[in-house]
Ligand binder design. Structure first.
Ligand code: SAM
Length: 276
């Protein structure tokens, strides 16, 4: 029988943040694949787990994935861990999961810490719809383009950011997204855990690149009601244009909503409201 691939979430700072099931799984598997074997050894030693380790990182993902799939097919069970948090979330893992699925192997997630989810819940910003954008591009032009692409996403925006760029990124966020409410969530679960809440303008002024230290998640409010209202105004006009070009009302509404990045139900509800 083929073995299973377990994606095991590990702490993002506080070694106590690991589930019983994660520990049981790490003890039970034949092999643990980890991003950095020395880093994972600290966690494994802390929990008295002695297991065969193999490195699996961004530079050897392809060869290692093939090797791990072979082992799984031979019946070995494998746990994948990253340096922190959930594997495959801005960490190696996606490629192996793909190969395992192609080989018809079972992939099991052992849930646990993930920085962006915990950052959103402490930010105080809305949790009903969340857009996680991973790391913002490191080059200014690319970063500003990316922010422009997501500025109308109807949900709370979340990004990972490095301490070297947090100041510059905040300036770009303010200039592209406006002075939205935001939170900088720093060093979650660690000694210097901190949540700084405020407008993007003030946060950009507070966080200069020179003084920023630690690990950061940037949480930003969705476009304000004014931006939504502006979109709804464009929506009505665009629907009329598309109807003028021959589409029936339903098709015009669907196409216009898609163009403006609004859900069809929201567009329908808002247009009805604006007709009254
Ligand atoms: N796999 C991880 C997860 O599940 O969240 C993410 C790994 S990614 C390479 C590392 C980034 O995650 C950091 O640069 C930071 O933005 C964020 N991060 C990780 N641990 C964090 C922590 N304790 N506090 C704040 N942000 C953290």
């Amino acid at each position: 029988m083929p073995g299973k691939l377990f994606l095991v979430a590990t702490p993002i700072g506080n070694l106590a943040d690991i589930s019983f099931r994660a520990i049981e799984t790490l003890k039970a598997v034949d092999l643990i694949a980890c991003e950095d074997t020395r880093h994972s050894l600290k966690l494994l030693n802390h929990y008295g787990i002695s297991k065969k380790l193999i490195s699996y990182h961004e530079h050897n993902e392809r060869e290692r994935a093939a090797e791990l799939v072979e082992r799984l097919e031979r019946g070995e069970s494998v746990a994948l861990v990253s340096d922190a948090g959930t594997p495959a979330i801005n960490d190696p893992g996606y490629f192996l999961v793909q190969r395992a699925i192609e080989a018809d192997l079972q992939v099991v997630s052992i849930p646990g810490p993930v920085a962006f989810v915990n950052a959103v819940v402490v930010s105080g910003l809305s949790t009903d719809s969340i857009f996680f954008g991973g790391f913002l591009p490191s080059k200014k032009g690319d970063r500003r383009r990316r922010l422009d692409e997501v500025k109308n996403v109807p949900g709370t925006l979340v990004f990972y950011e490095s301490p070297h760029r947090i100041g510059r990124s905040l300036v770009d966020c303010y200039e592209i997204l406006g002075d939205r409410s935001a939170a900088i969530v720093r060093e979650l679960t660690k000694l210097h855990e901190e949540v700084r809440r405020g407008g993007l303008k003030d946060l950009a002024e507070c966080f200069s690149d020179a003084i920023a230290k630690g690990e950061f998640v940037l949480v930003i409010d969705r476009a304000g009601e004014n931006a939504v209202a502006a979109k709804i105004d464009s929506l009505a006009g665009r629907v009329r244009e598309l109807e003028g070009s021959g589409l029936d009302h339903k098709a015009a509404l669907k196409a216009a909503a898609k163009e403006l990045g609004i859900s069809r139900s929201e567009a329908y509800r808002r247009l009805q409201g604006s007709d009254k």
